[in-house]
Structures are given as C-alpha cells and as structure tokens.
Design a protein. Sequence first.
Lengths: 889, 239
Amino acid sequence: MKALALKLAHAYAMMMISFVWLASLFLMPFQIGRLLRKVSLPRLSDHPWRTTITVIGVITGVSAVVAVLLVNRSIIHSAQATADDVAGRADLQIVASAGAFDEGAVELARNEPGVLAATPILQQTVRLREPSIDTQRVLLLGLDLASNDDTYFRTHVGKEYDTINADPITFLDSASNIVVTRKLAESLGRKLHDKISLQTPSGPREFEIWGLLEDSALANAFGGGIAVMHHQSMQAAFGRGLEIDRVDVALAESADADAVAAKLRSKLGNLHVEVPEQKRGRLARMLIGLETALTSGAAIAVLIAVFLIYNTMLISIVQRKAELGILRSLGTTKRQVVALLTLEGGLLGVVGSFIGAGIGVLTAMIMLTLVTHTVGQVYMNVPSPEVHVDPLLLGACFLFGCVTSVLGSLIAALGTTRISPLESLRSANVMETEQRTGVTAYDLAGVLMLALIPFVIDLPPVWGLPLAAIGACTFLLLGTSALVPRVIQGANLLGRLVLKHFFGVEARMANENMTRDLMRTSVTTGALMLGVGMACAFSMFINSFVNSAMSWIENALPGDVIVASALSGIANMAPLSPEVGAEIAKLGIEGVEDVQTIRVADFMYGSTDVKVSAVEVVPWGRHSRAKMLEGTQEEAIAAMATGKAVSISENFLHRFDKHVGDPLTLTTKDGPKEFQIAGVYVDYTSDLGVIWMDRSTWVDNWDDQTVNQYKLHLDPRLDAGKVRDTIANALGDKYDLVVVTGREYVANMRKEIDRVFAIMRALQAVALLIAVLGVVNALSANVLDRTREIGVLRAVGMLRKQVRKLIVIEASLMGIVGALLGVAQGLVLGRMMLTHVTTRLVGWTIPLLPDWGTTAQMMLSVMVASALAGFYPARSAAQLKVPDAIGYR
Amino acid sequence: MIELRAVTKTYGHDANKVHALRDVSFKIGGGEYVSIMGPSGSGKSTLLAMLSALDTPSSGQVLLDGADIGKLDDDALTLFRRRKIGLIFQFFNLMPALDALDNVLLPVMLERKVSAQDKARGKMLLEEVGLADRVSHRIHQLSGGQMQRVAIARALMLAPPIVLADEPTGSLDSTTGSAVLGLLRSLCDKHGATVVMVTHDAHAAETGDRIISLKDGALVDDSRTRRHSERAPAKGAAE
C-alpha cells in the first residue's frame, strides 16, 4: 500500500516537475530559469512526497473555493435560465397580482397596435404519479399550440414532434395528450404514444405522449423536467376553467415598449405588464437570502484557502533553509533567492490551481444535490440543475490560487532571507525567538477596525442590501485576525503562570514555542479562530432561527391533523381543490371541532413579490396565538373579519415601512382596493413578506378557492392517529394528499428546517477541516524548523514520548487559543448577523439564543482535533535520528 | 569508565558502504580527561555519537560506565544519556524558549519535578561558571562565551560520570575559548567527571591528559600529553 502511494506521489510529482522543467526551458535565457533548472528541479524530484503535499495544499484551497462558488452560480443560473427559457423571446409579460386571470387578456393584447404576437401560458408544477419516481415534479406548461404565435416565443424542436404537425386536430382534440422532453421520457422508459401518469386536482390521470421535445431552450428548462399541453387541454384536465397564468407579448420592431406597456396597463386595469428584466430582478430578490448564505460560505472558503496555501508554501520553504544558506553563501543575492522561491511557488500554484479547479467542479456536482433540495423547499423548484461551469469564474479561481501561491511564497521567502547565510548554514534548523515589542501595524489595524464597527453597523442599506452591516462583520473578522499575535503573546504570559504547575517541562516549552515564530502560529491560530468563529456564529444563528420558527409553528399554526399536497414548503405546495374540504366533511368524523383552511399564494404588491396568507381568522383565533408587534391579536382578528382590513408580517413592515392604521392598496380582480392595516405580527412563511387576511376577503377579491392546507382541530379525547388514517385511506390516493398528525407535522418541519441549514453546516465542517489541516501544516513546519533543537533535546535525555507530548501540547495550545478566540468572535458575529444582517436582509427580528451545547461541543472538537493534528508531526519529531538531527553523521 | 572493544561502524550498502570507524578499541579510566583529534572524515563525530550513546556500533562493543550500549533499546539509551552523560556542543544548543537557569535545570526537568535543592544546585553551577548575575536571562541575551558556560553547567547538572564535549571552543574567540577550557577542566576535576573532548585545535587538545588520534576511521595514536606528565609528578609529590 505504502509502495503504491509512493509510486502515485512519484508519478504525480513527475507531472509537476515536467511542468516546472518546461517553464525553466522558457526561462533558460535568464538566470532565474537556470537557477530553476539547477536548484529547484532536482529538489522537487528528490522529494516527491513534499512536492505532492505542497500542491495538494493548493488543490484543497482552490477546489473548496471553486466548489462553493460554482454551486452558488449554478443555482442562480438554473433559476434564471428556467425563467428565461420558459419566457422565450417575450418583450412584455402580462401577469396578475395574484394567481391566474381570464384568458380574454390575450385577445386584448393581440389587438393592441405595436403588438406582433401574444400567446397565453399556463404554468404549474405537477407531481408524476409513477411508482419508480413518486416524488418527482415536472413543470407543466399550457401553450397555445393551435396558433403560430407561440412558436415566435419558444422553439418546439423534436424529430417526433412531427406527429403533432401531421395530425394537429387529433392532438388538440383530447385533454389527455401531452408532449414531454426526450430526457424525461427516457428517464421514465417511455416512447411516443406511451402513457405517463400525473396528479391532477381530481386525482391521478394518464396522459398520452404525442411528442418529444429536444435540443431547444424550452426542452432544457427546469432541468429537462418539462411537459407541454395545449392550453385549453390543460385548463380542462387541471380544472383551470378559462384561466391563464401569463400572456407573453412580442412587439413589432418599430414599437416603443414603454408606450405599448402603458397602453396595455390602462386597457387591462388590474393586471401587471412587465418587461422580462423586471421578472429577473424579482427572481434575484427572491434568491437573495440563499445567495447571501452561499456567498458568506464562499467567503469563508476563500479566507481559509488563503491561510492554507500560505501555510503550505511557508513549509515548503522552511524545509530548505540550509540549502538557501548555501546558495546565499555562494553568491546568490537575496533578490534572486526570493525570486526563485516565488517563481517555484507560483509554478506549483499553477499546477495545484489547475487541478484544484477540476476537482472543485466535481465537488460542486456532489454539493449541488444537497443544495437543490433546500432551494426546492425554501425558494423555488429547480430540479437537478447541472453545474454551470462558468469559464470566467473558473479562470478567476485559477488566478486566485496562483496569486495566493505567489504571495504566500513571496512572504515566506522574504521571511527566510532575513536570516544571514551564515546563520542559515550554522543552525539550518534552529529558529530564534521572535520578539515582538511595541505597537505594530497589525495592532493598529486591528484596533481601528474593531473601533469602527459601532459607527459602520447602523448605516442605512445600499441597493436594499445591508452592505454596511456586512462590512462591519468583515471588520470584526479582519480586526480580530490582526490582533491574534497579541492574543497569543498574552496567552503565552498566562501559560507561563499556569503551565509551570502542570504537564511538566514539555508544557512549558510548548507554551514558549507558541511565540517562537509568531507569524506562523498566528496564521494557524487565526484560521482556527475563523473556522470556529464562523461555526459558532452560524450555530447561534441557526439555533435562534429554529427556536423562533418552531415556536411560531407551534403557537400560530397548531392543528391536530394536517391535510396537504406535500409535507413541507407551504409556500411552494400545489394547491388543493376546495372539494377536498367538502370530502373531509362528508367522512363525518365525530369529534372534529374545526376544519381550518390555509391558503398561501404568491402575490404582487406593486411590482414586488410577496405572499398572501388567507385563513378563517375567527376560528383561527380560537386555537392559535400570533406574536403581535403592533396591535393586539383580538383587535386584528375583529378588523380582518370585516373584510376591510389585513395584517402584515414584520418583514413586510421592514420592506415597505407600513404600520398599524396605514392604508394598504392591493390590486384585486376588480382593480386597486384599499385595506386598513390592523396588526403587525411575526410570520416566518416567507422572507419576502406576508399579507395576512381572512379567507373570505381573499376569495371575494381574488376569486381563488384553492387551499394549501387543511388543519383539523379535534376533541382532545380523540386519537389524532386514527383520524389521520381515516382521511388518508379515504382520500389520500385520489387527491394525492399527505395526511399527518400535528405532532408529526411539527417534527417534520423541524427536520426540514435542519435540512435547510445543511448547506451551512457542511460549509462549517469544510472550514473547520481546512483549519485543522492548517495545524498539521504549521506543526510540520515547526518540527522541520526545529529538527536540530529536537535532536539536542533527545541527546540530553528527552524520551520519544516526551517529544511527542511536547508537540501534541503545542498543537493543543493552538487549538485552545483558536477555539476560545473563535467562540468569542463567533458570539459577537452571530449577534451582528442576527440583529443587523438578517433583520435588514429579510426583515425578521430573531431573538438571540446562543447554542451553548453546540458551541461547547465544537470548542471541544476543535481542541481534540488540533491535538490529534499534532500526532503526525509529533511522530515525525519523535522518530528523528538524533545523530542526523545534530549533525553527527 | 569507558571501554571500546573492536568497534566498527559502517553506513550504506554495497558500493556505497562507508566505514566510519574501523576496529577501534581503547579504554578511558574514571576521572580521565581525554582529547580526541583527527582530520575531517576521520570518524570523530561517529565516535562521539557512540560515546554519547546516540548511536550503536555495527560490530564490537561500547561499554559506558559498565553498560553495553548496543544492548539497550531507545528509551534505555535515552535515560542512560540523561543520567550518565553530560553533553557540550560546539554551537551550545541551548533552548531559546528557556532562561539560563531553566536551561541548566533541563536534564532535571526531563527526569522529575524540579525541587528546591535542584534549583539551588543549578544556581550554584551558574555561579561556578561565573554567571550568577545571568540566572534569569534568556538565551538570546547572552554572549557566545556565556552560552557555552551555561551549556557546561547544564552538562554537570545531574552530576554525570561522563562529560562529552564536541569542539567546545569552536564557536568562540581564542581568549574566551581558553577561559571556557580552563573552566571545563577545573569543574570536571572538581565534580570528578570523566571528560572526552573532540577538537581540531591542538592547543585545546593539550589541556587534556591524553590524546587519541583517528584517521580514516582507525585509531592511529593514543598518547599522554605534556600536561599529564607535568601533573603526574605534582600529583605524586602531593601524595
């Protein structure tokens, strides 16, 4: 096994050496090229392990950055591409403020001067009722396939699409004919004229495949999970009456888009006419929370990667002090040595960054599966997006790896050449204690950045983003990082007082060694601090959010039995037909006190996406408590029951600065209507903001009878499990229902919320892992640096186990200082994230609740992991051949 | 005290085989002060590694204070070194993380918890090497001569029967070097230690009682010094 690993490392090193050799050929006319060939190449090939490990350090850093950034981009790209692909070439889009609208709008648009084409669209996600893939959803589009207008917007391409062209009448004549993408048909093992089963409001229904879409933007949208029907067939099969969801409008070349849009607005009254850019902007706003989370993850990955690459380069140079001493004593100038090391580091960085970018793409593919589920639950359905390999992004990451390697090598090389050639030769592996007295630039920068936080954090948002608060968080991270050397010196002084009583001379020496190369120890401890700090802040954030959300679910959304189309993600659930409620009533279950309906719908307030939550407020008030921020629950319910008032969620208040008593103008099916705001309450349904109203208000003004969830309140003596089974057995299959007890619902919500934060937890783990790798790196460098010193200690009687203990204590001390600093930093960061970033980003004020359990667990794990990280360097140190180490051979 | 019986040490294999020591035998009695001389590559460092129990012979026996070091495992060798041998290096090799007194006390720290008596002995040794006022100084605050004095005090801390010095004046100017040699000699005499000193410097070698010369790994000369001849009648007269 070891031989195989050695062979692999050798082969790998040979590959890199070939690259360096090629570079040296190009540089041969210059002295640096000759040095590269005569000095660097032999060394690289003599130490394949070391060469490989150096490059692996760069690969790890670059691949982490690439993976996180690619996942981020792919999600956003996939969401936007789906919107664009489905929208096609529309110049304008007509939508309602909520739900669907009458198809008469199409004719009105077509008749408007300047309009070249207008076509209706129905669009909804439906569940496949196939036994093999029961939970997969497809995006079903209802397009006007009878007229040529739709082909202007979308390309319907497919060899087997000709069947429809050959016999359009038969295709259009049935409400059971469908077109699917070739990708979808193949994944289901279906061919032309086979049947697929889809869930409709009246139960599962079979559709015949009449065409296979391929090689078009439409076929690629929604990850290829697309099905198309003639819009009238879809209206019939899915109980949509004469409704449509959107009208795509194309304008004549000479037409003025703004003028036509204005005319259409005046004609269509209560409908919105928007240009696709507006839609894209709204989409971006929807994804801002996710993007911020992923970007902050990427920022951690970048920061830690910088630490790792610097550390890696530092070690590779430290190992060569003696060799550098010889070079210097033979007349190589400082500048030449620095240039050589920087060039060598840069070349290895190029190889590492190149491979790292490739591995990053592979890692992104794995990560994307996890992230997609979260996005689907929380934001929008984006099934299986593929990794969007953006060449610019990959190029930037490649460059990042190269530049960091060059800078890392440069700083390390400058540090090494500070020592005189004589010193390098005499004590090739001995470091002198670095004395750091007086105020340094780091101290000043650190204190300045921390002092600026209170002044920056409360500055108003820019472009709706809490940039100042994010800047303050960055100041905290950088400021504390700059002060790490001082803290280590403080810890060293404290250690002198405490450690002399414990763990023997090894602890004392380990404590003193912490300040020997202060910069290197600080970099490692700083990386640990950042890893722990981020993890601690995120766990505090998650804990606070989960507790607030769960308390909200239990108090505001209680129910003994819940009936819905899906178990989670109420905002994205397919709505149920109102006849489900009637069917439940028909079951005549005794002891059912109330059956409540909940409708959560997308809504456009002005030109902004928000959500509406409609419930029967009076019965709701009998069972539930909302956390009111303005007004009382009783007053709000009384006002909402009149149909003239609504309440708004806390984040709606923050987004639009509306308060109790303010009028709120909403676009109803009959045009704009003014409602009074009766209360402001806490609601975690959506980060876009929620308008809460009585169900009758919603049905009367927006003509939407559908329901997302039924909640049954039972006589306490009744067994909720039995009621659940009764409903599930009677109606579950027909209406594709999910029926659960209240307790099961809450447990599932908890699981779902945890899953949402899985990405953050995964990023935390990666950050910590890289930071711990940094400890291995730094200690390996320390051991190499102190080979002679360890040899002397062994010579004067230090046992191998004492050497191991010394190094492990040193690692533990770094872990302890890093973890304690990290926790302190994390608690402040978590507080800033909750009180300033989150509140400004999504408008929720979440009460602080530090997760002490996880924090303690994390602190302990990092300390243990750091101690464990010391084992390998400790083993190397203990196995040093003493005569070799002190030059007796 | 020290006995080498037909000691051979080789490194490498086949064509790359190097004979660092070839069939070297000699005895050093208790309290003797012996200098080892020889040109570069003569095997001085290898011999010193054997004498300090840092390395074991390829063949033959090295007996130190009655113990055959070839038969000891790594831990036993380490403990033997700690308790029986005091080492003095050319480049001092003090621990920069510790102050002067702690450097002297290092062998004790490795052995057990430092007691008040240990501290007193450490201070006494520092006083004997003339560094009573440098007890709490860090290593980088000392001159080369002072560092070597600390190293001598460290070597004597556990009162080892054998003291090995590797070019102890190699990093010092001649005046400081002479002072250090005088100190080493007088202290070892006082503490009754057997001293083996490796040196290139003929003048330094003359401070010992006997000079063992090596060449190409073999012992080529083993003779008494003039100093020994001068000391012997004086010693006899005293008796």
